[in-house]
Design a protein around this ligand. Structure first.
Ligand code: LLP
Length: 428
């Protein structure tokens, strides 16, 4: 539940705002974000890393959730920014986000994206391949600049998460592979490129990770890699970025570790591994996305159709679905729902919340307990703050929901609801 969730007179309140009233005012489907929850997590990340490892920075991975107001919060709380392409960079440019505090990711950045990033003066481009290193160097030379880069390395660590979001194992499209010592052999070539300055190594082992030992293993691999690079190439790496990936609790059975524990494992792991190998401590970066925004978000829907299949299941059809939350269909993600206008009643029925799209797989919640559903009820689905809006679509011509931030009893629309005209606007 979002940090400020409460129940008054049977209604769910978040940020001091009645979710039933909000749904009636704004219409559904509706994304709601508890601003205090986001701010609390940003503060905890910042404090935890500052305390354990003063020479560090927390970059918010904007792919998890991005709009202009979110970006203002990121800047206000002194976090830096991880963007994964030209579109996310455009948001940063639109708000004059400090360019030096931006890292640019992506396994196939276009020449145009690379040029835009260099012109804007980003703090680092995280180079994903040997080909890309040359491309960045060429473009930087053409612009008369030298671009700070990281090399993204695939550390060969299998994180304990869904295979679609595992990225650190060896069979991955991301990063310089360590197979056949490829990444190591590339360091010299990359270092020799005239348009780039190799300042750091990066790795990201996956997302929604509960078992922190995977991070420790990855740190060890990165430290050993750095030690070999120092010995062989005489290059002591200045910065290390351990990516994102901390898991969150989507349902009561998920038991994630806290931000503070995560910070402790990462910071102590880096200190220990680098010191043991006689290396000086690099500047340490992490790039959390999900663990900053997932918990703050909920999606409100209106119940439109009820259908009971004897001995099979009860379908509760809502006015959204895979267009606003693809994660259930794509990853079999689990979410917990509640009826916002019956929030004080027991969740006594097992239901499937299906969407309104033309696909059998279109469900938001599969076989979870809910209060007795009736037509017109407002259903809240929790923990939808990450990778729902940013992965949303207009499938079946469905306009994307508005986004409302709630705090201290006030609700403000920070992204308006998409219209049919918006959807058609680019057509000739
Ligand atoms: N850094 C890099 C290089 C990444 O690729 C990612 C996520 C992050 C940071 C942030 O990871 P987080 O802290 O959010 O776990 N769409 C999937 C998640 C894909 C994650 C992709 N990369 C989902 O909905 O679960």
């Amino acid at each position: 539940l979002p940090a400020t969730a409460e129940v008054h007179d049977g209604h769910l309140f978040v940020g001091g705002v009645d979710m039933v009233q909000l749904a009636h005012e704004q219409g559904t489907a509706l994304y709601v974000m508890d601003e205090a929850d986001i701010e609390m997590r940003m503060t905890r990340y910042k404090n935890a890393f500052q305390q354990e490892y003063p020479h560090s920075a927390v970059l918010y991975a904007s792919k998890a959730f991005l709009n202009k107001e979110m970006l203002r919060l990121v800047e206000k709380h002194g976090l830096e920014l991880d963007v994964s392409g030209g579109g996310e960079l455009a948001y940063a440019q639109a708000l004059n986000f400090p360019s030096q505090s931006i890292h640019v990711h992506g396994n196939n950045k276009t020449p145009r994206e690379i040029e835009e990033a260099i012109v804007y003066g980003v703090g680092a481009i995280v180079v994903d391949s040997r080909i890309e290193a040359s491309r960045v160097s060429e473009i930087a030379c053409k612009l008369g600049k030298r671009q700070r880069i990281y090399m993204r390395v695939t550390p060969g660590v299998e994180a304990d998460t869904h295979e679609y979001i595992r990225t650190g194992c060896e069979d991955s499209k991301f990063g310089f592979t360590m197979l056949d010592d490829f990444a190591f052999r590339c360091v010299g070539d990359v270092q020799a490129l005239p348009g780039v300055e190799l300042i750091g190594f990066h790795c990201h082992i996956g997302s929604q990770i509960f078992a922190l030992h995977s991070f420790k293993e990855a740190i060890d691999v990165m430290a050993q890699f750095s030690a070999r690079v120092k010995q062989h190439y005489g290059l002591e790496i200045q910065e290390l970025d351990m990516g994102g990936g901390l898991g969150v609790a989507y349902t009561a059975s998920d038991k994630p570790t806290s931000i503070e524990e995560f910070a402790h494992v990462i910071c102590s792991g880096v200190k220990e591994s680098f010191t043991r190998l006689g290396l000086s401590l690099p500047k340490l970066m992490v790039e959390p996305g999900r663990s900053i925004v997932a918990n703050a978000g909920l999606t409100l829907y209106t119940v439109g159709i009820l259908k009971t299949l004897p001995h099979i299941r009860k379908y509760v059809a809502v006015d959204g679905g895979m267009s606003d939350n693809i994660r259930t269909a794509l990853y079999h993600a689990s979410y917990e729902p509640a009826i916002a206008n019956k929030a004080d009643q027991p969740r006594s029925e097992i239901v499937t919340l299906c969407g309104k799209h033309c696909e059998s797989g279109d469900a938001v919640v599969i076989d979870m307990p809910l209060q007795h559903p009736e037509l017109g009820d407002i259903v809240a689905v929790f923990c939808t703050g990450a990778y729902c809006y940013t992965m949303s679509s207009t499938y079946n011509g469905q306009p994307r929901p508005a986004i409302v931030f709630v705090k201290d009893g006030a609700a403000r629309v920070v992204t308006r609801r998409e219209t049919y005209a918006d959807i058609m606007a680019r057509d000739v």
